[in-house]
Design a protein around this ligand. Structure first.
Ligand SMILES: Cc1ncc(COP(=O)(O)O)c(C=O)c1O
Length: 407
């Protein structure tokens, strides 16, 4: 079965939407991707046939809901090659997953212990560590950025020390699309006995990730960026770490026994899933994984590389335009940020919106990176498997119009 972009596109009902009387060209996939009918149907089927709370009921619907929820966990574990489904903790998304690590793993750190991040991080992988620093007296260090918008891993040698406990970095930048050299990061951490967290929010949507091959300790990602519902995400962590970490949220579902004085906790993953979880969302994410697995992955990657090249070639010669990130296809995801001298990203996005082209303009929740580029914001186009040449052409002709009207 080859990759048929048109057939893939036809599975996404929202792509038939008109905006401002124009065909929709959805190029804001790094913010949120769309859901295929198979995922939408799975969510509706769950809510119409199995809606109940999980883990506590003994009636038929509760058992069916629990089975569907745990099946989704198994699907996610398989997708990232986790050794055990119990290592997959459902969270509200990447942000919630990283906050969980900062709270629970962070509780094991001591004043003076060091956490290493980088200047390209999304605020989700920055603010929780600053909060931990202010709460627990850890030292927060940041790797600089290269001119190409990559994490400068040459600095690992001077930044990582015997006090480093965790290196927490983006697997793929949500601004530049740069893919990090994960092997180098893991080697630097292992040399000093530190743990590694990868923020996989922008990596998992572009191909299966193998946490065992990566060799990291924590991996975080969001469902809504990988054809699934929002309000659901995953923290994967090694079992021995999850077992050692105190829970962050207390409440129902995460306990073994409770008295008025004392609580003993359930084992992972449930000890980290206090309260009623996002059940239909987890089921939808499981369906998204199954949908993705049925795609021709190689064909999809080739299609996206071709579109990325088309886009990069198309914008390269625009006067005053600067690509903020790798200019080639090497080690990059289809996330392309650019600046056009003298034009504000919000103005560009507003004009493009009138063309039906959905883009993102602003700091992309990465203000320190914007500071490195000496910009307040960029314009970002991000592609997914259902995009086609027509979307890239609409972007390029919209940019011509924006330049003509704003220059
Ligand atoms: C690299 C990266 N990390 C974290 C996040 C936060 O994801 P969420 O808002 O789904 O928690 C995003 C979202 O854009 C992201 O791109």
């Amino acid at each position: 079965m080859g990759f048929d972009a048109g057939a893939v596109r036809a599975q996404f009902p929202i792509l038939a939407t008109q905006v401002h009387g124009r065909a929709l060209h959805y190029l804001d996939n790094a913010a949120t991707s769309q859901m295929p009918r198979q995922v939408l149907d799975a969510v509706v089927a769950h809510e119409t046939t199995r809606r109940a709370n999980v883990l506590r009921g003994v009636h038929a619907l509760a058992e069916a809901a629990t089975e569907a929820y745990e099946d989704a966990r198994v699907a996610l574990a398989g997708y990232i090659n986790a050794p055990d489904a119990a290592e997959v903790v459902f969270t509200g998304g990447t942000t919630a997953a990283i906050n969980l690590v900062a709270r629970s793993y962070g509780a094991l750190l001591e004043p003076g212990d060091e956490v290493v991040i980088s200047a390209i991080e999304h605020h989700s992988n920055l603010v929780p560590w600053q909060m931990l620093r202010d709460r627990a007296g850890i030292v927060l260090k940041a790797l600089p950025v290269t001119g190409e918008g990559r994490i400068d891993l040459d600095a690992l040698e001077s930044v990582v020390t015997g006090r480093t406990r965790l290196i927490a970095l983006a697997h793929v930048s949500n601004v530049t699309g740069a893919v990090s050299d994960t092997a180098r990061v893991v080697a630097a951490a292992r040399a000093v006995g530190a743990k590694v967290l990868f923020d996989g929010a922008q990596a998992v949507p572009h191909g299966a990730v193998d946490v065992q091959a990566l060799g990291c300790d924590f991996y975080a990602f969001s469902g809504h960026k990988m054809f699934g519902p929002n309000g659901i995400g995953v923290l994967w962590a090694r079992a021995e770490l999850l077992d050692a970490m105190p829970p962050f949220l207390g409440g129902g579902e995460m306990i073994r026994s409770v008295t008025l004085e004392h609580t003993s906790y359930a084992r992972a993953p449930h000890r980290f899933e206090a309260g009623t979880p996002p059940i239909a969302q987890a089921v939808g994410l499981g369906a998204a994984v199954n949908w993705t697995l049925a795609l021709d992955g190689e064909g999809a990657a080739t299609h996206l590389r071709r579109l990325t090249a088309l886009l990069l070639d198309g914008v390269r010669d625009i006067p005053g335009l600067r690509i903020l990130g790798p200019e080639g296809l090497q080690a990059r995801a289809p996330v392309i940020s650019f600046d056009i001298a003298g034009l504000h990203p919000h103005d560009i996005c507003t004009i493009l919106d009138a063309h039906g082209v959905a883009l993102r303009g602003g700091h992309h929740c990465a203000q320190p990176l914007m500071e490195c580029f000496d910009l307040a914001g960029t314009t970002r186009a991000s592609l997914q498997v259902y995009n086609d040449e027509g979307d890239v052409e609409a972007l390029l002709s919209g940019l011509d119009d924006a330049r003509a009207r704003l220059a």
